[in-house]
Design a protein around this ligand. Structure first.
Ligand code: ARG
Ligand code: ZN
Length: 871
């Protein structure tokens, strides 16, 4: 058993802070073997809290060395304070005082990448959620907001660039080659938004004039070799700044906006005030090294972090249970931005696919939690798809229910009421209630209840009276700690279509009851309902469509999202039949109606290529697993492969025509149309390769060597690498390595292509790659590529029947847990789904979880995930 069980923090135990920190002055002496931090905190008792006799409690990591502590210049000795676990307690402090504290840090030994650490020789920080307590002792909680002034001192040659939040106000150097810069941030902020960077960095600079005329210097820093990969992020930043002014009326509020790219980063990026720190994977972009998907991600993440300046920084969270207040809202904002910049329907399809695949799985698993969780052991485990993506869907539903104008008024009111405050999701909803005059108390169940609701829809039509009725029943399965769920308030966007596709009705229904009947009069013929248009609520919807009705919707629905969804429903249904056939030893078959429908789509040159590519993509094995009663990995794989190869073979000519139609020879551009053509072209190539025929290997090889961009090159590489043409596979993998070995991000792709290779011997291959010089087990991007690639993208091998994949992952988790608990806990996710699998695999997965549980000294991160999974 683990020696000490981490304690659980509860939302209901929230207490306002007894002490406030008005000003924080920090001085960092950055050296190679240590960093000394001197913090001067101007502390005063919180006038809003009556219990003034409370001791001062500051949070500080148990491993952090405290060198000196004084109050108003009086040095304290060990008898004056108590230090236990992560807390420093000082009794008998005055009403208001200056606390000075010196700590010694070892950033070069910080492999957890929280607090102050080194990434490729530069100093950087990550403080959200609880990293600041690894830098100094502080009331490290988001409702304590302070004005920061920060001085960095470092060797001038090694670290010519010294950055922190706000504006540089002073600088100088000494005779020993060291220099210093002081930064001042005028906006009070919680400690999680503090940041510093010191390094030898190249800079791309630009500027932006806000609507009210403020000149803002835009600076993106990266390692010198990456200077040519910053233009796209810069454009995205300017687009995001304009968009937030146009759509939300929000302007930037400092004279400098900085982004720094670092290669060692636990997550995607971080919205530190005026000084965003980004994972290189979310900021560097160049046609030759970045795929279309990568470009979209850069645009989305740059915008996301920028939007946080209002939704997160100016108005922040009262406590970490409110995380979705800033994340759900900001994801909604960045999704709308990306929809406006590219294809709205395609963006929606991608987001819903992620939600249905991964968030629904989370919501149905042992770590299921509400958008506003009620408890946690380790907050890092709650940066989840539920808090982010489902949280964004909840905000989207408010937008749908209120309409864009009222929603904007609500957002304006929210920012006006709470500027400079740390607030709750209730405050957000309250602003929406005020502007709309609506009672949203039932709606708030979306924040407090976990699980994915299910809607069961049936209908009836009376031809004599022209009356059509939709009956909707809603329910939500139990989740950990929540046996019974109350009905939700949700928007159900609906269209009614005639047999020939004419729209007889389009509108929004509002669900509030467990069961509701909606009546439509003057309907001329029995309609086909187009339900949950645009995915108007994050639910599962059942309606007993016939194949013919789905084919009609696929052809005619005026809602682009539902056109795509009709095709997906049809494929899922056919695949589920084949999965059963496989399990029962019945020969597999593919419906001729589907084949003909696809043939029509493929031959229709007027369709938007990006949409067409979405329609012709089969649901993933992960999504089929989420939908399965009980997951049978091999049956799912075999059924899907059968369908894929059948569609490849019978439509071979059509795939080739589409390939040729999209292969325009145009020079690379990242506009939505060009990306759409490439996605369709590479999908066609994938189907051609699925025939297993030699001419298409040649075509892929040609595309590989002739393409001028990473999208086409990587698509060709991964198709060949995953094919039975092993010789060519090895040859291209080797060539790719030689060409790109100096590009860290490209090498991550090289690792994941191989980790996800379904051919025999996968485990031996990943073991070999783990020894490869380009692999670095301290770099989260490399771990995600190799371990995440194998466990998440190579189901047949991860779920090998001898349990070898599970043991391999558990070995890694135990090793990584001592080094980087956050990343270890995240990589663990696939094992947590053990209850959903058939008995043999289920027992093997459980066995590995138990083995981890029996290990002494698990981090709180891994302990929480393992123990909750076993419950
Ligand atoms: N606030 C960041 C974002 O969503 C995520 C930072 C999460 N960091 C962490 N260690 N959990 O943009
Ligand atoms: Zn965020």
């Amino acid at each position: 058993m683990s020696s000490k069980q981490p304690s659980t923090i509860y939302l209901e135990d929230y207490q306002p802070p007894a002490w406030l920190v008005t000003h924080t002055e920090l001085r960092f002496e950055l050296e190679e073997d240590q960093t000394l931090v001197r913090a001067q905190l101007s502390i005063q008792s919180n006038p809003a809290v009556s219990d003034r006799r409370k001791p001062l409690e500051l949070l500080g990591d148990a491993g952090m060395e405290l060198c000196r502590l004084s109050i108003d210049g009086q040095v304290l000795d060990a008898a004056d304070y108590q230090r236990e676990a992560g807390c420093l307690r000082i009794a008998n402090v005055p009403e208001s005082f200056v606390l000075e504290c010196v700590t010694r840090l070892l950033p070069h030994e910080n492999t957890a990448l929280e607090g102050l650490y080194k990434s490729d020789g530069m100093f950087c920080t990550q403080c959200e959620a609880e990293g600041f307590r690894r830098i100094t002792f502080f009331p490290d909680r988001p409702d304590v907001m302070s004005i920061f002034r920060t001085t960095l001192v470092a060797d001038k040659q090694r670290y010519p660039v010294l950055l922190s939040n706000g504006n540089p106000v002073d600088s100088g150097e000494d005779d020993e080659g060291r220099h210093w810069v002081t930064w001042d941030d005028p906006w009070p902020k919680p400690s999680y938004l503090f940041a510093l960077v010191a390094g030898d960095l190249a800079l791309l600079e630009d500027q932006y004039t806000t609507a009210s005329g403020r000149e803002v210097a835009l600076r993106i820093y990266a390692e010198r070799k990456d200077l040519d990969k910053l233009d796209y992020a810069m454009q995205a930043l300017k687009d995001a700044m304009r968009w937030d002014e146009d759509v939300y009326g929000r302007e930037y509020d400092l004279d400098i906006y900085m982004i720094v790219a670092v290669d060692f980063f636990n997550m995607g990026a971080m919205e530190n005030k005026g000084l965003n720190i980004f994972n290189t994977s979310c900021v560097l972009a160049h046609p030759q090294t970045t795929t279309d998907q990568g470009f979209q991600r850069v645009e989305g993440v740059v915008a996301h972090e920028y939007f946080h300046n209002w939704s997160g920084n100016r108005v922040t969270c009262r406590d970490w249970f409110q995380l979705s207040l800033k994340e759900g809202f900001t994801v909604f904002r960045d999704a709308e931005f990306s929809a406006d910049m590219n294809s709205r329907t395609v963006k929606r399809i991608e987001d819903v696919t992620l939600l249905r695949t991964a968030q629904f799985a989370e919501d149905g698993g042992p770590m299921a939690h509400p958008v506003r969780p009620e408890s946690y052991m380790e907050i890092s485990n709650f940066y989840t798809l539920t808090v982010y993506e489902k949280g964004a869907e909840v905000v989207r539903m408010l937008h749908t229910l209120l309409g864009p104008e009222l929603f904007r008024q609500g957002s304006d009111l929210y920012f006006e009421r709470h500027d400079g405050q740390a607030v709750t999701t209730d405050d957000f909803v309250a602003a929406m209630e005020t502007v709309s005059g609506r009672d949203l108390s039932q709606f708030k169940r979306w924040y407090s209840q976990a699980g994915t609701p299910r809607l069961q829809v049936s209908d009836s039509f009376d031809a004599a009276t022209g009356c059509y009725q939709l009956k909707v029943r809603q329910s939500c399965p139990p989740s950990p700690g929540q046996e019974h769920k109350q009905p939700y308030h949700l928007p159900l966007a609906v269209g009614l279509l005639a047999e020939d596709g004419r729209e007889l009705f389009a509108g929004l229904l509002e669900l509030t009851e467990e069961e509701q009947v909606f009546r439509f009069d003057n309907i001329s013929e029995r309609p086909v309902p187009s339900l949950l248009r645009g995915f108007s609520a994050p639910v599962k919807l059942d309606y007993d469509y016939t194949d013919a009705q789905l084919l009609m919707l696929l052809r005619h629905d005026t809602d682009g999202f539902n056109r795509w969804d009709a095709g997906q429903r049809l494929c899922i249904r056919l695949l589920q039949t084949q999965i059963r056939n496989h399990q029962q030893g019945v020969a597999l078959s593919c419906s001729s109606e589907l084949i003909e429908a696809w043939r029509n789509l493929l031959q229709d040159a007027s369709l938007d290529p990006a949409m067409l590519a979405q329609c012709l993509r089969l649901p993933s094995e992960a999504q089929l697993s989420e939908l399965a009663e009980q997951i049978d990995v091999s049956a799912i794989h075999e059924a899907r492969e059968f369908m894929r190869t059948t569609l490849a073979q019978v439509l071979e000519q059509e795939w080739l025509q589409v390939y040729q139609r999209c292969d325009t020879g145009e020079t690379y551009s990242t506009d939505a149309e060009a990306m759409g053509r490439r996605s369709l072209k590479n999908l066609a190539l994938a189907y051609l390769m699925a025939t297993g025929r030699e001419p298409w290997l040649e075509l892929a090889r040609q595309q590989y060597s002739q393409s001028d961009n990473m999208t086409d090159q990587l698509a060709a590489l991964s198709l060949v690498a995953h094919s039975d043409f092993r010789e060519t596979a090895d040859e291209l993998l080797q060539a790719f390595y030689l060409q790109w070995q100096h590009e860290s991000l490209v090498m991550n792709q090289w690792l994941s292509v191989q980790a996800s290779d379904p051919s025999a011997g996968a485990l031996a291959r990943v073991n070999q790659l783990a020894e490869h010089p380009i692999f670095d087990a301290r770099n989260p991007n490399k771990l995600r590529a190799l371990i995440g690639g194998f466990c998440g993208q190579n189901p047949m091998h991860f779920h090998a029947e001898d349990g070898s994949g599970y043991a391999w992952l558990a070995d890694w988790i135990l090793r990584l847990d001592r080094q980087n608990p956050q990343v270890a806990a995240r990589l663990l996710t696939p094992l947590t789904r053990w209850k959903r699998h058939e008995p043999v695999r289920s027992a093997l997965m459980q066995g590995q979880l138990q083995r981890m549980m029996d290990t002494a000294e698990l981090s709180a991160d891994v302990y929480e995930v393992v123990s909750k999974s076993l419950m």
